[in-house]
Design a protein around this ligand. Structure first.
Ligand code: SFD
Ligand code: AMP
Length: 614
C-alpha cells in the first residue's frame, strides 16, 4: 500500500467492478457470479449495502410484475403500457427484455425471504394494480443485499466512486474507477476488465418543496445523488432523454406514494369543490395531446397536468378521499402499512397533524422534479439491446453496454426503459451482469490498462476540497460565508434555486422556455467554475462535494436536453412555453447528448424510436 497526495492508496483488481449496491447493482453481482463462477467480482458502495439506495427504508409494493405463469399479462402488453405512459417514446427492446425476465426475479425474491401478500381467494400474489403486487417490504433491501454479499468476491462499503478511468490505449474503453473511503480517507483505485454502474438517480437537483428545517424530506431518497449520470457523462457515453425528468403526485408534506390508494384501495381524488377533475378536463387534455389522451390508464404526466390546471385555477387543495374507502379494519391496515413500509414520514404527518384517514381526506400535491430511469420516466445512458429483438441500430455490442466499451449499466443508469422499478432494476442488473461476463471472457489477452499519471492527477483533485477548506477557513473567524471557498450545501442550494427558476421547477409550475434555459446554461457554467473552489471540512463534506459535482453535471445535461427538444412532450412533467404542443412529426424521437470533457462541448442529436410491438 502506497500513498497518493498524502493519502493511503489501495489498488483493487477485478474482472467485473459493480459501482453501487442498490437494486441494479445487487442484481448485477448476483448474475455475474452465476455466469462467471471463477471471476473476481467486486462491489463498491458509498453507504452500506445493507440499507443503501432508494429502497433503504423498504417498499410496500413491487411495481413491475407481469404474471406470466398465471397468464395475467404478456411482455408485449407491458411494452404497450410503458410506451403509452411515456407518450410513445421508449426503447421497446429493453422494456420487452425486462418484462420477459422480471417474474423470475420476483420469484427469487420470495425464495430469499421477501413476504409477498397473497390474494386469499385465488392464492396468487395480491395485485395492487395490473402491474403491481403488494409486499410486506420493510426489510426488502437487507434481503436483497444478503444475496449480493454472498455472491461478491469483495464488497467495499463506505467508498464513494468519484470518477471512471479509461483505458490508456483506447479512450473509448473503460478500465476502472477511483474513489475514497468516507471512513478513513483512503484513496481507492479499481482496475477492472468491465464495469457495471448502478449508482442510482437524482433528488435535490431541483429545489424541493420541503425547504428549511424539512429540507431532507423528498420523495426519491436524498442520498440519490445522480452518480449514475455524473460518472458516465465525463466518459463521453451517449445519454438520452435527460429532459424526461419526473414529477410525482404525492401526499402533501410526507411525499407518500399514491399507487396503493388509487389502484388497490380504489380511492379517488377531487378538487376542493369535490369535483372529479380528471374526467372533467378530458376534452381539454385531448385537444392538447391528441390520441395520447385516450390511453388507459391515462399517462402519468397527463394525470399531473390535470391536477396542476386545477391548482392554477384556484381549485386547490386537491384531496385524496381516504375517508371514502377505509371502511374495514383490513383496508385501514393496508393504508397505514403502505406508508410505514415505504414512506414513514407520511404516517408521521398523519399522527402529527391529527389526521385520521378514516375521517378526513389528505391533501395531494405534485413534487419537485427528479432525474431517474426506473419509474414513469426514462433518463439515462443509451445502451445496446438484446441480440434477439433489438433493431440493428440499437445494437452495437453486448446487452446493456453503453457506447463506451466495457461500461454497462442497470436501473436508473439505463435510459429509454421506463417502469422498471425495484424488480426491473434488479432484473436489468442481472442482464448487464450476464453480458459483462461474456465481454470479459471475449477480451482474452486484450486487457485494458489504467494511466498512472491520470490516477495521480485524480488523487490530487479528489482531495483538493479538504485543502481548500483548511487554508480558506483562516480567512474567517465565524459563520459559513468565506471569500475563497463555497461549502457543498451552499453549492447545492444554488443549484436547486437555478434549476427551479430556470429549468421548470415547481415554483414556476414547471414552465420554462429558450431564454430561461440559455440563462440556466450560463449560470451552471458559473456554478461549475465555483465548484473548483469548493471546501470540505471533513470526509463527509468531501462526499457531499463530489455528490454535488455529479448533480451539477447531470443538471447541465437536463438543461441541454430540455433546450434541444422543441416541444412539450410530457405536459405535467414540464412545459416549453415557446413550444407548447406535442409535435409527433418532428419529435417522435429520443434526444441524445455526448459530452466532451476535454473541450466542455455538448453534441446533441436525435435517435429514432422504433416500434417493434404493434
Ligand atoms: O411506489 C454509489 N421505488 C419503487 N419501486 C417498486 O418496485 N415499488 C415501489 O413501491 C416503489 N416506490 C418507491 C420507490 C423508491 C422510493 C425512494 C420510494 C418509493 C419512496 C423505486 C425503486 O426504489 C427504484 O426504481 C430502484 O431502487 C432503482 O434501482 P437503482 O439500482 O438504479 O438505484 P438504487 O437502488 O438507489 O441504488 C443505487 C446505489 O448506488 C449507491 N451509490 N456507490 C458508490 N459510489 C457512488 N458515487 C454512488 N452513488 C450512489 C447508492 O448508495 C445505492 O446503494 S413508489 O413510490 O414508486
Ligand atoms: P406510485 O405509488 O404513485 O409510485 O405508483 C405506483 C404504481 O402505480 C406505478 O406503477 C404508477 O404508475 C401506478 N399508478 C399510480 N397512480 C395511478 C393511477 N391513478 N392510475 C394508474 N396507475 C397508477
Amino acid at each position: 500500500m502506497g500513498r497518493l497526495s498524502g493519502h493511503k492508496v489501495h489498488y483493487v483488481d477485478a474482472d467485473i467492478l459493480v459501482i453501487g449496491g442498490g437494486f441494479g447493482g445487487c442484481g448485477a453481482v448476483y448474475e455475474s457470479r452465476y455466469w462467471g463462477r471463477d471471476m473476481k467480482i467486486v462491489l463498491v458502495e458509498k453507504a452500506n449495502i445493507e440499507r443503501s439506495g432508494a429502497v433503504a427504508h423498504g417498499l410496500s409494493a413491487i411495481n413491475c410484475y407481469i404474471g406470466l405463469r398465471t397468464n395475467e399479462n404478456s411482455p408485449e402488453d407491458f411494452v404497450r403500457y410503458a410506451r403509452g405512459d411515456l407518450m410513445g417514446l421508449v426503447r421497446e427492446d429493453l422494456v420487452f427484455d425486462i418484462a420477459r425476465h422480471v417474474d423470475a426475479t420476483v420469484h427469487k425474491f420470495e425464495e430469499w425471504g421477501l413476504p409477498i401478500m397473497k390474494d386469499e381467494q385465488t392464492g396468487r400474489y395480491l395485485r395492487e394494480g395490473r402491474w403491481q403486487i403488494m409486499i410486506h417490504g420493510e426489510s426488502y433491501k437487507p434481503i436483497i443485499a444478503e444475496v449480493a454479499r454472498k455472491s461478491a468476491s469483495l464488497v467495499y462499503n463506505r467508498v464513494m466512486v468519484t470518477h471512471l478511468l479509461m483505458d490508456k490505449r483506447r479512450p473509448d474503453r473503460v478500465a476502472g474507477a477511483v474513489g475514497f473511503s468516507v471512513r478513513d480517507g483512503a484513496f481507492y483505485v479499481f482496475r477492472a476488465k468491465a464495469v457495471i454502474v448502478g449508482a442510482g438517480g437524482a433528488s435535490h437537483i431541483y429545489r424541493p418543496r420541503s425547504a428549511g428545517e424539512g429540507m431532507g424530506r423528498t420523495w426519491y431518497a436524498p442520498w440519490s445523488s445522480a452518480s449514475a449520470y455524473g460518472l458516465l457523462i465525463p466518459t463521453g457515453a451517449k445519454m438520452i432523454q435527460m429532459e424526461n425528468k419526473i414529477v410525482l403526485a404525492r401526499f402533501k408534506d410526507g411525499y407518500g406514494p399514491v399507487g396503493a390508494w388509487f389502484l388497490l384501495l380504489k380511492c379517488y381524488a377531487t378538487n376542493a369543490l369535490g369535483e372529479k377533475y380528471e374526467a372533467r378536463r378530458f376534452a381539454e387534455i385531448k385537444a392538447l395531446v391528441g390520441r395520447y389522451a385516450d390511453l388507459k390508464p391515462m399517462p402519468t404526466c397527463l394525470r399531473n397536468h390535470a391536477m396542476l390546471e386545477e391548482m392554477k385555477a384556484g381549485h386547490g387543495p386537491i384531496y385524496m378521499h381516504t375517508e371514502a374507502v377505509l371502511d374495514t379494519p383490513e383496508k385501514e391496515k393496508i393504508g397505514w402499512e403502505d406508508f410505514l413500509d415505504m414512506t414513514i414520514g407520511q404516517a408521521v404527518v398523519w399522527a402529527a397533524q391529527n389526521i385520521d384517514p378514516r375521517e378526513r381526506p389528505s391533501e395531494l400535491i405534485t413534487s419537485e422534479p427528479y432525474v431517474m430511469g426506473s419509474h414513469a420516466t426514462c433518463s439515462g445512458a443509451w445502451a445496446s439491446g438484446p441480440e434477439d429483438c433489438a433493431p440493428a441500430d440499437y445494437r452495437w455490442g453486448y446487452n446493456r453496454m453503453t457506447t463506451v466499451s466495457g461500461l454497462f449499466g442497470a436501473g436508473d443508469t439505463i435510459g429509454g426503459s421506463a417502469h422498471k422499478f425495484s424488480s426491473g432494476s434488479f432484473t436489468e442488473g442481472r442482464l448487464a451482469g450476464k453480458s459483462a461476463v461474456q465481454y470479459v471472457q471475449d477480451l482474452k489477452e486484450d486487457l485494458p490498462e489504467i494511466d498512472e499519471s491520470e490516477v495521480q492527477g485524480l488523487a490530487a483533485k479528489v482531495f483538493r476540497p479538504l485543502d481548500t477548506y483548511r487554508v480558506g477557513r483562516n480567512e474567517i473567524v465565524a459563520g459559513t460565508v468565506a471569500p475563497t471557498y463555497i461549502s457543498p450545501l451552499q453549492g447545492l442550494l444554488r443549484l436547486e434555486k437555478l434549476m427551479d427558476e430556470y429549468v421548470g421547477g415547481y415554483t414556476s409550475y414547471y414552465v420554462t422556455n429558450e431564454h430561461l434555459l440559455n440563462r440556466a446554461v450560463e449560470l451552471l457554467a458559473l456554478l461549475r467554475e465555483d465548484l473548483e473552489s469548493i471546501g470540505a471540512e471533513d470526509l463527509h463534506q468531501l462526499q457531499r462535494a463530489w455528490e454535488l459535482h455529479h448533480r451539477v453535471l447531470t443538471a447541465e445535461a437536463v438543461t441541454r436536453h430540455t433546450l434541444f427538444r422543441q416541444e412539450t412532450r410530457w405536459p405535467g412533467y414540464y412545459y416549453r412555453a415557446d413550444h407548447p404542443r406535442l409535435n409527433d412529426s418532428a419529435w417522435h424521437v429520443f434526444t441524445a447528448s455526448e459530452y466532451n470533457a476535454r473541450t466542455g462541448d455538448w453534441h446533441m442529436s436525435k435517435l429514432p424510436v422504433h416500434h417493434i410491438i404493434s
